[in-house]
Design a protein around this ligand. Structure first.
Ligand code: NAP
Length: 503
């Protein structure tokens, strides 16, 4: 029998319905009704999370690792149902949902093994120096401790890997922080079935039920109430610049400001250097087209801009056009995102100096690729063109030479990624570009494409504002656990009073 959502919130182990409902907006399959979230539910969830903190934060690393492993198992046990509701709600294909489920369970298990190793605690000891002159030094020991209850905003474009039990939740639970998830209204049923998996793991490990709650949206007040709740101590967010900035500002305005780890996306410029273009321009264009249109371009690492020398632009445009014309329409995540894509395309087409190479009319929620071209001078004169259009839209920026390429690099705002395509003869230019690009992006790529973010120890998925609201952090990979930890020094504590991991 197929799984059907109850449409309820999960508040500290109990499924709760509220009188008002909102309908899901599936790309296919039945519409379901979901209870609208309220600030009162946020308060209940945050209080339960705070209560859970007093036991959960003091569980052993092995207990938390077993919890994360069990969530992964419970997600896998519901695999077919998760894929069905996920594909219906988001319009993403089955293979994508299955791949994303694998990534989600892998992330959970990666964090389990990461905390088992214990290196993330970054334990340091300054031994006592009782004979030091002019004053003795006490023993000082440092360890990372969990910050407290964490709020996580599910992302529209990653219904599994960046939502209910996605990377932010896995990192926070691994750190020892209870989690309150604000579900994304683009996939409330997917959120609910994953919450069921988390609840099953809580029961199996006999943990405090306040360790995890899911509140569905349907009302803007929910997001604001979550970030403003005094018991919430940090926020993980993936979404738009406007939404992220509004919530970031609310966090900063609190009587007790808290860190807001917002991953807000970027245009991920690619610099196509002359020798590489001469040697394999067609292959580079094909690769760009593939990366640009993957998942209907709904990735924060989507490479929206390609910077190329003007005498090589025609070849790049032609090969990219050939590849893009072969890409059919793809269903977008929501009507709202499809509408924003159409408006972004129109604005690009109407901007001064922009030449339309491929403009296609999109039918309702279906996206078709678009391609535009502009000179560096016109692009530099119009800051709006450096903003993300969420969807498969590419812009070729032509430069007269190295100086203009460097000027474009210098003008960039913060990016998640920047990419260089280069050959041996391009290295002198690359050496000039790299120090600039390193200051602009969280990840610098050579001869590759930015989509397909590895979940690993060395990955940074973040970057200077506005790519993220916190350039010292990553939202992907094991280092993302640091967002939900804070260092505490223990000075002169007897061994048996120290936190267990410091003894
Ligand atoms: P969004 O509008 O930023 O919403 C993300 C989450 O934040 C939702 O849960 C939303 O709640 C909440 N929220 C947003 N603004 C808020 C406010 N002022 N007060 C309280 N809560 C607020 O992002 P989205 O819905 O995923 O997509 C919209 C646009 O974001 C897209 O068109 C795209 O441009 C961009 N986007 C970027 C990325 C990326 O990775 N860079 C990913 C996804 C989307 P509600 O459910 O109440 O709206």
């Amino acid at each position: 029998m197929t799984w059907t959502p109850h449409g309820a919130h999960l508040i500290a182990g109990t499924w709760v319905n509220t009188p008002d409902t909102f309908p899901s907006e599936p790309a296919s399959g039945p519409v379901h009704q979901f209870s609208v979230g309220t600030p009162a539910l946020v308060d209940q969830a945050a209080r339960a999370a705070e209560e859970a903190f007093w036991t959960y934060a003091y569980t052993s690393r092995e207990t938390r690792a077993a919890f994360l492993d069990r969530i992964a198992d419970e997600i896998e046990a519901r695999g077919a149902d998760i894929t069905l509701i996920g594909t219906q709600e988001t319009g993403l294909p089955t293979a994508r949902l299955e791949g994303e489920r694998g990534r989600t369970t892998m992330q959970l298990r990666l964090f389990a093994s990461h905390i088992r190793k214990g290196d993330y605690l970054d334990r340091r000891t300054d031994p006592a120096l009782p004979d030091r002159q002019p004053a003795p030094r006490p023993e000082i020991r440092l360890i990372q401790r969990p910050v407290g209850p964490v709020a996580v905003f599910g992302a529209s474009n990653f219904p599994l890997a960046f939502s209910t039990a996605g990377g932010d939740t896995a990192a926070a639970l691994a750190a020892g922080c209870p989690v309150v998830v604000k579900g994304h209204s683009a996939h409330p049923g997917t959120a609910e079935i994953v919450a069921e998996a988390v609840l099953a793991a809580i029961k199996a490990l006999d943990l405090h039920p306040g360790v995890f709650s899911l509140i569905q949206g349907g009302d803007r007040k929910v997001g604001a109430a979550v970030v403003q709740h005094p018991l919430i101590k940090a926020v993980g967010f993936t979404g738009s610049l406007a939404g992220g900035r509004a919530l970031f500002d609310l966090c900063a305005q609190r009587p007790e400001p808290i860190p807001f780890f917002g991953e807000l996306g970027s245009v991920n410029p690619m610099f196509l250097l002359p020798a590489a273009m001469a040697a394999r321009g067609e292959a580079i264009a094909k690769g760009w087209s593939g990366s640009l249109t993957l998942g209907a371009g709904q990735f924060c690492t989507n490479p929206g801009i390609a910077v190329v020398r003007q005498d090589q632009a025609d070849a790049l445009a032609q090969a990219t056009l050939d590849a893009l014309r072969a890409v059919g329409s793809q269903v977008m995540l929501t009507e709202g995102i499809a509408g924003a894509y159409s408006r972004g395309t129109e604005q690009m087409a109407g901007a001064p100096g922009v030449q339309s190479l491929l403009t296609q009319v999109c039918d309702r929620r279906n996206a078709l690729p678009q391609l535009f071209q502009i000179t560096a001078a016109d692009w530099l004169a119009n800051h709006a063109l450096a903003e993300e259009v969420f969807g498969p839209l590419g812009l070729i920026v032509t430069v007269t030479g190295e100086d203009e390429m460097l000027a474009i690099a210098r003008s960039l705002q913060g990016q998640l990624t920047t990419t260089l395509h280069l050959d041996e003869a391009d290295k002198p230019t690359a050496r000039k570009l790299l120090p600039i690009l390193e200051r602009k992006a969280g990840r610098v790529i050579v001869n590759g494409y930015p989509t397909g973010v590895e979940v690993s120890d060395a990955m940074v998925h973040g970057g200077p504002y506005p790519a993220s609201t916190n350039f010292g952090a990553t939202s992907v990979g094991t280092m993302s656990i640091r967002r939900f930890l804070r260092p505490v020094s223990f000075q002169n504590l007897p061994l048996d009073l120290l936190p267990e991991d410091l003894r």
